[in-house]
Design a protein around this ligand. Structure first.
Ligand code: KIV
Length: 276
């Protein structure tokens, strides 16, 4: 399997082939995702909630993102790997944004970084791209600034559609190679997808974006705190894992586990007698 590149993703849009993307934050999940032939892995800052139990993504740090990126890259060498720039790592100055994005590639070894925001961060995106780092944009509902948006709600309804479209055009003009459209009306997702040359990847962006992204924990039933409308659960692993753990507990308590087949021999009877 050849490594998926930014060029390949553009080719997929041009040919009308849908792009698949899911989150992963560790080696074993990355191995599974690559085996399934998914095109893109996102080390999303959603890991603050799904892996680390926080209420939001805001507190996420550069070190945490790098820590989770390294094992994903090892587990999925042929998948296109994108890491989220955490809140505060690209908002202070362009110089700091370039420095942090560079760290993500050099220390995390990902292929690209993702930044949340539209027109207000277009110059920052351009600066990072000019430094030789591929950038994926992210507009619509941007979880890092959710308190500014008044909560987790659909963006770009009514008159606000124009703002989301302008954000998309600004992110493309700044040099981003693709863009995530989160939680916007389906008609707006379609319009932006038709207006942009670069691939659009939707999450709650309707059926007509060039690709789809899902949070792994949501789609496999490993995160129950809240399940947005746009999530489809393909398997419910949570209850299955609980069942396995309960069986293990019962077997240890009753002595059914470990069985003889799980044990080691190797001490001679005479030696044992001496030791007793
Ligand atoms: O952090 C994340 O998982 C994301 C996806 C929701 C796109 O940004």
């Amino acid at each position: 399997m050849a490594k998926i590149t930014t060029l390949k993703l553009q080719e997929m849009k041009d040919k009308g082939e849908k792009i698949t993307m899911v989150t992963a934050y560790d080696y074993s999940t990355a191995c599974l995702v690559e085996k399934a032939g998914i095109d893109v892995i996102l080390i999303g800052d959603s890991l603050m909630m799904t892996m680390l139990g926080d209420d939001s993504t805001v507190a996420c740090t550069m070190d945490q993102m790098i820590h989770h990126t390294k094992p994903v890259v090892l587990g999925a060498p042929n998948t296109h790997i994108v890491t989220d720039m955490p809140f505060g790592s690209y908002n202070v100055s362009k110089e700091e944004a370039i420095k942090n994005a560079t760290r993500m590639l050099k220390e995390g070894r990902c292929d690209a970084v993702k930044l949340e925001g539209g027109r207000e961060i277009a110059e920052t995106i351009k600066a990072i791209v000019d430094a030789g780092i591929p950038v994926m944009g992210h507009i619509g509902l941007t979880p890092q600034t959710v308190s500014m948006l008044g909560g987790f709600k659909v963006q770009g309804k009514g008159d606000a559609a124009k703002d989301v479209l302008e954000d998309a055009l600004a992110v493309e003009a700044a040099g981003a190679y693709s863009i995530v459209l989160e939680c916007i009306p389906e008609q707006l997702g379609k319009l932006i997808t038709e207006k942009l040359r670069i691939p659009t990847i939707g999450i709650g962006g309707g059926r007509f974006t060039d690709g789809q992204v899902m949070v792994y924990h949501d789609m496999v039933g490993l995160f129950e705190k809240f399940i947005p409308k746009f999530v489809k659960q393909y398997i419910n692993l949570g209850p299955e894992i609980i069942k396995a753990l309960e069986t293990y507990k019962e077997e240890v308590k009753s002595g059914a586990f470990p069985g003889e087949e799980h044990t080691f021999g190797g001490v001679l009877e005479e030696e044992l007698k001496r030791l007793y």
